[in-house]
Design a protein around this ligand. Structure first.
Ligand code: ADP
Ligand code: MG
Length: 298
């Protein structure tokens, strides 16, 4: 393609909300035969809501959610936002919930958070975080987690002073049209893979719903990038679609990194293409644009 054709292609993309950072990205897009999708915020809406709370300790919900929210209010994670939003329902003044102070806040990427609230150690996160911190996960908590995962929900454990005190179920439905996008890609001979930091149960349920056969769950950010490199090493031209800080190493590693416009700044910076409207269909728009610019067949 001539430089003019590339300019035209980039311009058409921009007018459709597909921001292409340079000719190389536009060129690579039509060779892609494999797309790695992040789950949360990419395939799913990314505005999760708490749908269930189960207390395993004798305490009132108001007190429980006060401790959990005080820890999570310091986190940028969409699950943290869902938890804080839900916790507000238990405050007198929902607009100004005024959470207690959290000390020694720690964010464990891909796992959860930790903080000291009212002299209690609060840990909110997935099972592997509990295991890592030597916190026993009781059978009833395991059962609630399994139930949530079967429903494609994410189960989050809350430990207070080293003991699991409750389990939350959080639902984050698929974006409308997600199934269609995956099936169109299939018809274009492009294979879709899902890579997520979420647990295997939830990941498999979501993948099943959207029509993706290959799933990698419980992946840390560098493992997402490793998967991209592994696919490249076996001869694939790989696109990565993601929205989070945890996706940025994979977005950089991919032949074409595509960031969801509503995603975090770090992901947008790491990507070659930004889907400004945050529509999954625009993954296909970008590939079509590249095909039009770089192949003679129309
Ligand atoms: P994804 O790849 O699906 O975007 P992440 O890698 O960001 O997910 O997170 C993986 C998992 O870690 C989440 O599903 C959740 O179980 C846990 N987690 C991460 N951050 C938090 C948080 N702030 N609060 C509770 N759990 C969290
Ligand atoms: Mg995400």
């Amino acid at each position: 393609a001539t430089p003019t054709a590339v300019m035209v292609g980039t311009g058409v993309g921009a007018s459709q909300g597909v921001l292409i950072k340079g000719g190389q990205a536009l060129e690579s897009a039509h060779k892609v035969n494999c797309i790695v999708f992040d789950k949360t915020g990419t395939l799913t809406i990314g505005k999760p809501v708490v749908v269930n709370t189960r207390l395993l300790k004798n305490m009132v919900l108001r007190e429980f959610y006060e401790l959990v929210a005080a820890a999570e209010v310091n986190s940028e994670h969409p699950l943290a936002k869902a938890i804080v939003e839900y916790a507000k329902k238990f405050r007198e003044d929902e607009e100004n919930p005024a959470w207690p102070e959290a000390k020694d806040f720690e964010s464990i990427t891909g796992h959860g958070v930790k903080a000291i609230v009212r002299n209690k150690e609060i840990i909110v996160g997935n099972k592997s975080l509990m295991v890592e911190r030597n916190i026993a996960v009781p059978i009833d908590a395991e059962e609630i987690l399994a139930e949530a995962e079967g429903l494609a929900q994410t189960g989050i454990l809350i430990a207070i002073d080293g003991k699991v005190a409750g389990v939350l179920s959080i639902s984050d439905p698929l974006k409308p049209g997600a199934q269609e996008v995956i099936s169109i890609l299939k018809s274009m001979k492009i294979r879709s893979i899902m890579v997520t930091g979420d647990n295997w149960g939830t990941a498999n349920s979501i993948a099943n719903e959207v029509g993706i056969e290959t799933v990698i769950a419980e992946a840390k950010p560098d493992q997402k990038a490793e998967k991209v490199k592994e696919l490249q090493a076996s001869g694939n031209i790989v696109a990565m679609v993601g929205d989070g800080i945890n996706d940025s190493p994979a977005l950089v590693a991919a032949d074409v990194g595509m960031a969801i416009g509503a995603g975090t700044d770090i992901a947008i910076e790491a990507a070659d293409i930004v889907l400004m409207k945050s529509n999954l269909e625009d993954v296909i728009t970008a590939i079509h644009l590249s095909r039009k610019t770089f192949t003679r067949i129309r």
